[in-house]
Write a new protein. Structure first.
Ligand SMILES: [Zn+2]
Length: 221
């Protein structure tokens, strides 16, 4: 009987995954985003592209309290530091997709440089009036059987985050998740949960990598 209940729960979860954008970060290093290096002919010198400043703002935060709120605030801090870093700029500009081309998958016709600029411009599709800001409307929910880490849709500001994963995450992992979901807020998507070289996935991974490095040393207030 118990087994049957579990299957039903899993079935319901899979149905949900089909209908909503979701993030299933596998933390598998084989999906680590590749980049062109200085020696490659296609390498774009980051010094040729203007460095921008993006601020992280929590607009509406639901379901977080105590330790989870503290973790979220740490995640905001490390996310902000990561996206404003030179490494982030370099890795987005020089991103190489799974075919070895200097482009994100599902890029809507935009180059790496244009995607970097749109990201740092901070104009979400639904909130274009706040440039220079990553505006977050977050809701923490608890669905213990679900394999969905977080989800959002094109018609809402709200990003939903599953407590099942959040509770075990380090702030750097939360920052990666937020970067992925926020890239959706800019209008970028992925065709499947395994399109790792799409903008949401690749940028999420890049932010996660940088955030992990930054987390190992103290951040400025
Ligand atoms: Zn996604």
């Amino acid at each position: 009987m118990k087994k049957w209940v579990f299957s039903m729960a899993l079935f319901a979860t899979l149905g949900l995954q089909d209908s909503q954008n979701q993030l299933m970060l596998s933390h598998d290093d084989s999906h680590a985003p590749a980049t062109f290096s200085v020696e490659d002919a296609q390498y774009l010198d980051p010094a040729l592209v203007e460095t921008r400043d993006l601020q992280v703002r929590g607009m509406q935060i639901e379901g977080f309290s105590g330790a989870s709120l503290q973790k979220l605030q740490s995640a905001f801090k490390v996310l902000e530091a990561a996206v404003n870093s030179e490494e982030f700029k370099d890795r987005v500009l020089n991103f190489k997709n799974s075919k070895g081309e200097p482009a994100f998958a599902s890029n809507k016709g935009f180059t790496n440089e244009q995607i970097y600029e749109q990201f740092m411009e901070g104009r979400e599709t639904l909130q274009p009036q706040t440039p220079g800001e990553m505006n977050f409307y977050l809701r923490l929910y608890n669905r213990p059987w679900s394999r969905v880490i977080g989800y959002t849709s094109a018609t809402t500001n709200t990003i939903n985050i599953n407590w099942r994963f959040f509770r075990n995450y380090a702030p750097a992992d939360v920052a990666a998740n937020l970067a992925h979901e926020w890239t959706h807020k800019l209008g970028f998507d992925h065709r499947s949960a395994s399109e790792y070289d799409s903008a949401p996935y690749a940028i999420g991974y890049i932010v996660g990598d940088i955030a992990k490095k930054l987390s190992s040393k103290p951040l400025h207030e």
